[in-house]
Design a protein around this ligand. Structure first.
Ligand code: PGA
Length: 254
């Protein structure tokens, strides 16, 4: 059975100290809220990873992830971080394919496929993001764009390896803009993604894969979004920087 997940994406925010204090607040507030089929993940900047893992402690339901990794195992890549280095902090997740990485760091589907392999061979779980721009939605290209992102970025995996993948549908026009996909718009895409998962792998993989919605998700809209049949939680940017808002969103999880 697939998990219901809320993942926070802190992006390039918070000093080391601010990150630790926000995380402590979140852990204290959510610890009694998390049930068996639920997972909470905080994806922080690299500088916080190890300390957050320690603060979370063993057996805690809050897991830690990074927001990117390099595609090579190691070597002369000044300023980069490998999947193995992330794993060595105790973090278990990595976000790949976020639209900000695609747009500002020119990450192509081809490069992302290599990062996916690097993350999996290190043993990380992947939160893989897909989503269309405003122009692509307005010209009715969104399904084609999302299908290509999946096909070229992650569908080379076997169904066994795909069990380490969480998908996130994040319409680019909704990220950080205050515009949210309507529950119907989001559900349409989530159902479509599940349909192509069934074609690519099989119905079991489609049923077992968690598909999160991301893009201006907040305590006011989370309930109607997460209430949709194929929406299994959210990837939260701005609202993950306020403990109260993030925890309100966690409380919406089924
Ligand atoms: P947002 O970001 O919630 O601030 O729109 C979501 C994301 O980029 O993951």
């Amino acid at each position: 059975m697939r998990k219901n997940i809320v993942a926070g994406n802190w992006k390039m925010n918070l000093s080391y100290q601010e990150g630790l204090s926000l995380f402590s607040e979140v852990v204290n507030m959510v610890k009694d809220e998390i049930r068996g089929n639920q997972q909470i993940v905080i994806c922080s900047p690299f500088i916080h990873l190890q300390s957050l893992v320690q603060l979370a402690g063993k057996g805690n339901k809050v897991s830690i992830g990074a927001q990117n990794c390099h595609q090579e195992e190691k070597g002369a890549f000044t300023g980069e971080i490998s999947a193995n280095q992330i794993l060595s902090t105790g973090a278990k997740y990595v976000i790949l394919g976020h639209s900000e990485r695609r747009a500002y760091f020119a990450e192509s589907n081809e490069l992302l496929a290599k990062k996916v392999d690097a993350a999996l061979s290190a043993g990380l779980q992947i939160i893989f993001c897909v989503g269309e721009t405003r122009e692509e939605r307005e010209s009715n290209q969104y399904k084609k764009v999302i299908k290509t992102q999946l096909e070229e970025g992650i569908f080379h995996l076997s169904s066994t390896n795909f069990s380490h993948v969480i998908l996130a549908y994040e319409p680019v026009w909704a990220i950080g803009t205050g515009l949210t996909a309507s529950p119907e718009q989001a559900q349409e895409v989530h159902a479509y993604i599940r349909e192509i998962l069934a074609e690519q792998f099989n119905q079991q993989v489609a049923d077992d894969t968690s598909i999160l919605y991301g893009g201006s998700c907040n305590p006011q809209n989370a309930a109607t979004l997460f209430g949709q049949k194929d929406i299994d939680g959210g990837l939260i940017g701005g609202a993950s920087l306020k403990s109260r808002d993030f925890v309100e969103i966690v409380k919406v999880l089924e």
